[in-house]
Design a binder for this molecule. Structure first.
Ligand SMILES: Nc1ncnc2c1ncn2[C@@H]1O[C@H](COP(=O)(O)OP(=O)(O)OP(=O)(O)O)[C@@H](O)[C@H]1O
Ligand SMILES: [Mg+2]
Length: 326
């Protein structure tokens, strides 16, 4: 494995290419010292990944899969052993590339004697924002994360979820083109999760790229244009969600009302006092069932398509489905 040759910190005359992928990773490798400093523990053996510009991309995988390591390498917080990372066509260490990034770390911990506003003002300065615009930007960012009117709260009095929101405000206040979020929904209640999902979608509507890691597959399914599943540092699966999930219809659930439900051509899932729900495997079986319902004058209350969820896909790809490989 060749060691990555150091690249110049500034890209000099090289301008960012607006048409290029937001992130392009090739052969990215990282190992850490093993337990008690003995041996090496490989976190990433050699990752290739492309994140298209303007999309929401979810990096998924079980604990220890290498998600945070990938994000830290991307941010330049860790040095890779090998490989290349480009951000909008620029080396990720270039000042122009870094200026286009916003980052929320996993389990953020901030200097907690500052208020939320002071903290954001401090980061605004680090991002090079003028004093004249910082005040407005801080208030706007607080509003966007559902912390309006709470800027005077010292961070030490903030709950875990509030700290997470302040961290998100910090990641977006300087209007970065690429927002990188490590577990953005963790520690949030259902309302907070919903607000963060809405925020991520707003960022996309503004033309930003969002690259986030998550354990919460339902959130990833609701949000992502594209996902990648990592396991032990290797890419197990990657693709556009709308291509992966809609094709995988897992049957239809049909709810009926009426008497004479004996021997219908379907699997019985559930029977209530008034309604019964049946399952058929595909459109042909659905048509047969509906014809039978018409001839028996049964009322069809609802028909639900049963689709493969991201969780089904995740468990199958990682071989943890009952009966799957492990
Ligand atoms: N600083 C470090 N020193 C030693 N090993 C590390 C270090 N950071 C990460 N690792 C190891 O690298 C592997 C990948 O860890 P990483 O934190 O990237 O996983 P993750 O996918 O983010 O997991 P989680 O879902 O729990 O956040 C793990 O085996 C972890 O123990
Ligand atoms: Mg992590």
């Amino acid at each position: 494995m060749s060691v990555m040759s150091p690249r110049p910190e500034s890209s000099g005359s090289r301008a960012a290419d607006p048409g290029s992928a937001a992130i392009r990773i090739r052969g990215l490798a990282k190992a850490f010292p093993g337990h008690l400093g003995i041996g090496r523990k490989v976190a990433l053996p050699g990752l290739d990944l492309d994140v298209p510009s303007g999309e929401i991309f979810g990096l998924l995988g079980p604990n220890g899969a290498g998600k945070t390591t990938t994000l830290k390498l991307l941010l330049g917080l860790l040095r890779p052993d090998a490989g290349e990372i480009e951000v909008f066509g620029l080396p990720h260490t270039a000042a122009e590339a870094r200026a286009r990034l916003g980052f929320l770390p996993e389990n953020p911990y901030f200097y907690d004697y500052l208020t939320a506003e002071e903290f954001l003002d401090f980061y605004g300065r680090l991002h090079g924002l003028d004093a004249s615009e910082r005040g407005d930007r801080v208030q706007r960012a607080l509003r966007r994360v559902g912390m309006e009117g709470r800027g005077k709260t010292p961070l030490r009095q903030c709950s875990k979820g509030m700290v997470q929101r302040v961290g998100l405000a910090q990641a977006i206040q300087h209007d970065p083109q690429l927002v990188i979020l490590d577990e953005p929904m963790s520690g949030l209640d259902p309302i907070g999760r919903r607000q963060v999902r809405d925020l991520i979608q707003e960022l996309k509507a503004e033309g930003k790229t969002v690259f986030f890691s998550s354990h919460i597959l339902q959130d990833a399914e609701l949000l992502c244009d594209r996902i990648a599943i990592l396991e032990k540092g290797s890419l197990r699966f990657s693709g556009a969600l709308r291509e992966l999930l809609p094709s995988q219809i897992r049957g239809f659930e049909v709810t009926l009302r009426g008497a004479n439900l004996e021997n219908l051509p379907a699997e019985h899932l559930w029977a209530g006092e008034e309604e019964t729900t049946l399952l058929v495997a595909d459109a042909v079986e659905l048509e047969r069932l509906l014809a039978e319902c018409r001839s028996r004058e049964l009322l069809v209350v609802s028909i639900w398509q049963r689709r493969e969820s991201l969780e089904d896909l995740f468990l199958r790809e990682l071989g943890q489905e009952p009966g799957g490989e492990s």
